[in-house]
Design a protein around this ligand. Structure first.
Ligand SMILES: NC(=O)c1ccc[n+]([C@@H]2O[C@H](COP(=O)([O-])OP(=O)(O)OC[C@H]3O[C@@H](n4cnc5c(N)ncnc54)[C@H](OP(=O)(O)O)[C@@H]3O)[C@@H](O)[C@H]2O)c1
Length: 279
């Protein structure tokens, strides 16, 4: 297996030789053999019952992490598999801050610290932008923007104690483009996530806690289907790759940003969109 450090050396050698194509081959090898080691790492992950979240739960557990999985639906949480020693499931409706704070405190206490916080939970409402009411805005802002902020606030002492504290937020192309359709509250809150990433990254840089944001384009899953078949079809036709991402394709970039090897990457908004949006 090609370790990460050997891969970096290989990459440098190929680059020095100006052998771009062989470099790509090195990428190929990495793709097949890259393994992350999260043994001893304590992870708090929100949105664990979602399309991307449940894939990430298994990836972190498979890589040796101890993990708290939180999601809104207790029924969906029950379906997540893992040993009781390494996995704790805590249902939480993040619209309610009392529940949110109780969940965060319980999670950090059970983990005995926190090295990695990943926020994938999201509220997306498809509704005419001029018919939104206060509760529509509150729901999106609470789940998408304020919930990760208050989780971070609670986890911060533990993250600072970690040798490699990592905060990974999930944005969206909608936060840059305004959204694919009638999803204003979603796009606006995802724009806010980008600003939060940049601000906290600078503020926390001296603590060794990095703050980064995954910015997915359309993923083939339940969230995209909320737009209805017409818009789904149009978005697919517009996609340069002719297909949306799979949830699994969000896993390697997330694990990379969560890894110790990504120590010098902070304040990054990493597009994973197959060329759907470029900026
Ligand atoms: N899918 C896409 O096309 C796409 C595109 C761009 C960005 N993204 C971003 O990528 C991330 C993952 O997306 P996904 O496709 O995995 O989304 P998803 O399948 O819709 O999952 C959403 C998650 O958020 C949780 N959630 C929603 N409301 C909640 C609340 N009030 N309290 C607590 N949890 C709540 C859901 O919990 P329950 O299931 O238990 O209700 C679920 O775990 C999100 O941040 C999303 O914005 C996705």
């Amino acid at each position: 297996m090609l370790s990460f450090s050997r891969y970096c050396i290989l990459f440098d050698i190929y680059q020095e030789r100006g052998q771009a194509e062989s470099c790509t081959t090195a990428f190929g090898i990495l793709e097949m053999t890259l393994r992350f080691n999260f043994q001893g790492k304590k992870v708090l992950l929100t949105g664990a019952t979602g399309d991307v979240g449940k894939t990430l739960v298994q990836a972190f557990l498979d890589s040796g992490a101890k993990l708290v999985a939180t999601g809104r639906s207790p029924e969906k949480l029950r379906l997540i598999e893992g040993s009781g020693e390494m996995l704790k499931k805590i249902p939480c409706n993040m619209e309610n801050f009392d529940e949110l704070n109780a969940m965060s405190n319980e999670a950090i206490a059970w983990l005995g610290g926190c090295d990695i916080f990943v926020h994938t939970a999201a509220n997306m409402l498809v509704k005419d932008p001029l018919s939104l009411d206060e509760s529509d805005w509150r729901r999106a802002l609470n789940v998408n923007l304020l919930a990760p902020y208050f989780c971070i606030k609670c986890a911060m002492p533990a993250l600072k104690d970690s040798l490699a504290g990592r905060i990974i937020l999930f944005g969206s192309g909608a936060g840059k483009s305004g959204g694919l359709g009638h999803n204003l509250t979603y796009g606006a809150s995802k724009g806010g996530i980008l600003a939060m990433t940049f601000n906290l990254a600078r503020e926390l840089a001296k603590t060794r806690v990095t703050v980064n944001c995954l910015v997915p384009g359309p993923i083939d899953g339940p969230l995209m289907r909320e737009f209805g078949p017409e818009l789904y079809k149009r978005a697919l036709e517009k996609h340069p790759m002719g297909r949306f991402a799979t949830a699994a394709e969000l896993v390697p970039p997330t694990l990379f940003l969560a890894s110790e090897e990504a120590a010098h990457i902070t304040g990054e908004a990493l597009d994973v969109n197959g060329g759907y949006f470029t900026d």
